[in-house]
Design a protein around this ligand. Sequence first.
Ligand code: COA
Length: 291
Amino acid sequence: MYNQPMLRDDALKGKTIIITGGGTGLGKAMGTYFLKLGANLVITSRKADVLQKTAEEMEKETGGRVLAVSCDVREYEQVENVLAETLKTFGRADSLINNAAGNFISPTERLSANAFSTIIDIVLKGSVNCTLAFGKHWIKEKQPASILNIVTTYAFTGSAYVVPSACAKGGVLAMTRSLAVEWGKYGIRTNAIAPGPFPTKGAWDRLLPGDLAEKFDFKNRVPLKRVGDHQELANLAAFLVSDFSAYINGEVITIDGGEWLQGAGQFNGLEAIPDDLWDSFAQMTRSAKGS
Ligand code: COA
């Protein structure tokens, strides 16, 4: 059931949605579903050839309209160009999904200052650039709109070995909550999704090369014992950019099967204890009570 489309067919009809990093992975999965729900789509990334191919594929699969604009989100002028091209083609923009990201898994002391800045620039500055360009436009036009930021559960817990990404995603989360309040009066809703493990070829191959993906099997970290399905993330994203979520503003919705909490609870490790050992523990604690 969770891998089935959730919203009714015309849920995003008439909306134009921009997804950064929309050429591959989760961005592509979300975009394809938005098209099926009747939206017009704009996808951006640095790789023009990948984008163009994805756009054609998406149009063929869904019958919707897709505009591919190459853009490095670190460059404000390029982001402004995405806005201009969107308006030229579709006449309007309704939702921005800040999805483009970069990450290095590494001991922090092995990273150069430039490597650290590169991730901050893509994730934090990139999301800021897009939010600012589109936000200014919406405020000027007095147009209600929504922003959806794709963060991660370690935006609130922090995480070793991905420190630049944790810093940047933490910043994006702060921006989400701040602008939800500041721009609420303009009818601009700002929300975030914090996904747990949703395997994608790009991130998985790059972040966990070789047999690391098998050794570090994510589903064992998840109470529900499975990784996420792209459609269930797409369902949540579609709901959050649709008018069905019109009263949700400043929220970050975790979709991780309970993963981050499993790492947090002090006694969660007791999961490893088998039933017969619980029996002898029960006997021991009961007899200790009387002594
Ligand atoms: N580990 C550590 N440092 C790395 C690295 C790695 N795997 N790859 C590059 N760097 C360093 C470079 O050496 C350089 O630093 P230096 O100038 O001090 O030598 C710095 O990072 C910038 O590298 P560069 O290749 O110029 O960056 P870029 O802007 O072209 O690309 C990324 C950066 C992150 C976009 C690119 O590596 C990429 O496409 N990564 C995959 C996307 C991704 O991470 N997706 C998962 C999202 S969760």
